[in-house]
Design a protein. Structure first.
Length: 498
């Protein structure tokens, strides 16, 4: 194995490292033997090869999920909850090995990877319980001899498509509520990070989750559209749950229109992070570091535009830059590392372009700005000051370790700037003025707002965006509703016979 962990974790890692897809309860290769390599972005070394599935395998997985749905939906919610609890326990038991695998294929520091695995497990634990609280309704009747009842039913087969930046928790956030609600799932993980998905499937199998209930179809970048087409057009698939870029979300939405599928879209963001005069400055600095540099800046909710009010701008810039300079960059499996590599060369190129564009428009480089000596996919944590709205960072996700500081005058100006984007996923602000807290929270056109807090995600809270950041919510009781159909029963003829 390629990470420096203990012998016990190492053996566990090997046992969870799968090189086949998981369809209908069996580990299968692509029929013609087509495979693609999964590499460690820190070292460039190949970790494994997995099947490059296409249309036929996607069809098989959908049909298997369709067959499994018939009996899975019939189980008591408590029985499905039991399977999910066993799955959760296994994920927790194997957390170190899963973290090593995640860090190896994705690059994030081991401690962060472990945090992701455990938050992913928390989704499973939470929905194991929530599945038992999918209550229906009775409504006061409009006919004296009839009763109005609302039943809740699973939507059916769910197609889940997930990104590389959170290869474990993005999966459980979809699969756990779907399974708890009585749906079955076909998952297509990202090309860069299929190993965490396969390891989760191995543990689902060990937990006894029946064949066909949870299927994982791995595919390369080239085959993804072919697999995606089956998942978004097959009549058996009743819902598509996607996390990824807005661009791909639009394609999948168009394709899903052909059979009017239910859709959940967790798409891109461009989060404003606002520091008002009244903020607790050291807390705001810590928050901005956590929000911006977690996962090397590759999170959909990470601060992309840091707005600092005039009076505290210079002090914030000084404190923040000092901390950024001290961040420890290196391979995720090395002790003390806080910022790992970026996922691929395209990510490095985008970061460089954003920096060049900002500098060409007058931004000042406060630290970093170039490649990092740790390797080709490492980049120096960077701070740019004197940012302006004309710059690309204002409009696009940077998805890398680059923090741009914008100066603003007042509340009205900053709320206008914060909302001046097609995205509406997460926003943050720091203020100790209670009136301002409510005014700004209500004015921000975002699905989630962190107030004096940078970490938003939790199994029990509704995660999701507005505008071009998507539709639907994940997590919480709102999240499970996305996997449920409402059925209205009108039961008539109830008056006593004459
Ligand atoms: P992406 O390119 O949109 O890919 C996401 C997934 O879609 C991958 O599995 C990808 O497969 C697949 N895919 C791409 N084209 C497809 C097609 N035509 N048909 C079917 N599947 C297709 O996004 P990414 O670069 O992996 O992830 C980063 C993006 O995700 C960022 O924009 C980030 O903001 C967003 N994100 C949002 C949230 C949220 O909760 N809102 C959370 C995390 C990330 P391949 O890997 O094989 O291309």
């Amino acid at each position: 194995m390629k990470t420096s962990v203990s012998a016990v974790v190492s053996a566990d890692y090997e046992s969870l490292l799968r090189s086949e897809s998981y369809i209908d309860g069996a580990w299968v290769a692509q029929e013609a033997g087509r495979r693609f390599a999964v590499t460690n972005p820190a070292s460039g070394l190949v970790i494994a090869h997995v099947p490059d599935m296409g249309r036929d395998e996607a069809l098989r997985a959908v049909e298997a999920a369709g067959r499994a749905f018939v009996s899975w939906r019939q189980l008591l919610a408590r029985e499905r909850g039991r399977y999910l609890r066993r799955w959760n326990e296994l994920i927790v038991t194997h957390a170190d090995a899963l973290a090593a695998l995640l860090s190896a294929e994705q690059g994030k520091p081991l401690a962060e990877a472990r945090g992701e695995v455990l938050s992913g497990a928390a989704n499973v634990e939470w929905f194991a319980e929530e599945g038992q609280r999918i209550y229906g309704d009775t409504i006061p009747t409009h006919k004296a001899d009839a009763r109005v009842i609302v039943m809740k039913e699973p939507v059916g087969v769910v197609a889940a498509i997930t990104p590389w930046n959170f290869p474990s928790s993005m999966i459980t956030r979809k699969v756990a509520p779907a399974l708890a609600a009585g749906c079955t799932v076909v998952l297509k993980p990202a090309e860069d990070t299929p190993l965490s998905a396969l390891a989760l499937a191995a543990l689902a199998q060990e937990a006894g989750i029946p064949a066909g209930v949870f299927n994982v179809v791995t595919a390369s970048l080239t085959s993804a559209p072919e697999v995606g087409e089956v998942l978004t057009t097959h009549p058996l698939v009743r819902k598509v749950s996607f996390t990824g870029s807005t661009e791909v979300g639009k394609i999948l939405m168009r394709q899903s229109a052909s059979t009017i599928k239910r859709l959940s879209l967790e798409l891109g963001g461009n989060a404003p992070f606002i520091i008002f005069d009244s903020a607790d400055l050291p807390r705001a600095v810590e928050g901005a570091i956590g929000s911006k540099f977690r996962n090397a800046g590759q999170t959909c909710i990470c601060a992309n535009r840091i707005y600092v009010q005039d009076r505290v701008y210079d002090e914030f810039a000084r404190l923040f830059t000092e901390k950024v300079k001290a961040l420890h960059v290196g391979p995720g499996d090395q002790p003390g590392v806080q910022v790992g590599p970026l996922i691929n060369q395209a990510a490095i190129d985008k970061v460089k372009q954003h920096i060049q564009d900002a500098q060409a428009h007058g931004a000042k480089l406060l630290c970093g700005g170039g490649s990092h000596e740790a390797g080709p996919l490492f980049f120096q944590p960077t701070v740019l000051g004197d940012m302006a709205s004309v710059m690309r960072v204002s409009r696009e996700e940077t998805f890398g370790p680059v923090a741009g500081l914008f100066r603003f005058r007042d509340e009205a100006e900053v709320t206008r700037l914060a909302n001046d984007t097609a995205y509406g996923l997460a926003a943050y602000f720091y203020s100790r003025d209670l009136g301002q807290v409510f005014r700004v929270a209500e004015a921000l056109e975002y699905g989630m707002v962190g107030i004096n807090e940078p970490l938003l995600a939790a199994a029990s809270a509704p995660f999701g965006g507005v505008k071009e950041s998507g539709i639907g919510r994940e997590g919480s009781h709102y999240g499970i509703n996305d996997f449920i159909n409402i059925k209205y029963l009108l039961v008539g003829g109830l008056s006593s016979p004459a």
